[in-house]
Design a protein around this ligand. Sequence first.
Ligand code: ZN
Length: 408
Amino acid sequence: MVFQRFSMVLVLFAALPVALLGQAQSTAKPKPHVVVIGVNGMELDVIRPLLLEGKMPNLSSVIKRGAYGKLRTVSAPNCPRVYSTFFTSTKPEEHGVTGFIVGGITANTNMLKQEPIWSMLSKNGVTVGMANVPATFPVMPVNGYMISGMLTRGKNCEDGVLCAPKLSEVQGGDAVYPPAMKAELLKNVGDFYIDCERMPSAADLKGHETEAIDAWLNKVQLIRDQQTQLFDYLLTRHPTEFTWLGQSCEDRTGHWLYPIAPYNAGYNPKINAVRTEAFPDQYIAFDKVLGAVLKHVDDNTYVLIVSDHGIKPLREFEETDPHAHMDHEKTTPVVAKHDFADGDDVPGSFFAMGPGIKHDLRLMGFAASVYDLAPTILHIYGIQQPAQMRGHVLSEIFENSENKVAQK
Ligand SMILES: [Zn+2]
């Protein structure tokens, strides 16, 4: 079984003190630095006007200095399904994490049947740091640290689906590797929320729509502020060669506060006419998170910003689709979704900059897919792509096929 093959190697990391792993790098040739920022549900239709208006200066700067485009996603895309494809470059049926709930159980890392990229990098001596990345609970041993994201279970979030347990309230598995790092984070960052706030129920909203929307948006921003502080702490105190950070509030907001028109399915003026800027504002807020991360990035660092899918207003014919947003809303009156049967209706997005990456390059059509992220990262580190990976190295984004590797 594939899982056993890669978990055995990771046991070695579990046995090594973190400090020793850090020292092991000091005599070796410097490795490239890569920072991946994952955004759950980045909708280019909403982002483009914001870029034009100059409201996302940090993302604009990445676009000018790099390559960007749509990212072809899988069918009926949702977060765990696509993230596990990012991790393994294999199909959902191959890696096993086919959705939020698999065989009646909330998706978790023990279900992964293909080796994830953090394991491959760790085995090759690359230091790895991951925080708030979806579908990484319970955390797995790496050559560095891992703090879980979406699908972390805890108090008031027992099923782990689209809710926000505090770090101290996590149950049913570890949210932090190595375990000793948890106390350090509680002391220096605080008892931060993992993932993002649960969407309000129809009953919570009825008769209190404006108050419920405002309270929810305030909580979302509190969570984002805490996570920004966490990222800043990790990048300052625990720099790693490979770092993957995640954000998940954008998608959640889009599901019920997408700025739709009265002719769209599900329009309710008591909700959809109240805070029409709420969803675009999420991306403006994300841009500030990106700015905080970019402060830690130098010209020799690769920055890859990826989204697992977009999100679009509901369509009338989707009401009879058995996949229709079943995992997400419970009773929240959703007005937008992403698990359309045709994933090309809601492509993700991809932005890349770094040494040897072309400037101001737009990838046309579906030149890049969610399968290509892991092979491209392995390529940057000079690690051969394993046979099971279905994606390809995005060689078109590099100035030459033998891309320049960061000189430190
Ligand atoms: Zn969603």
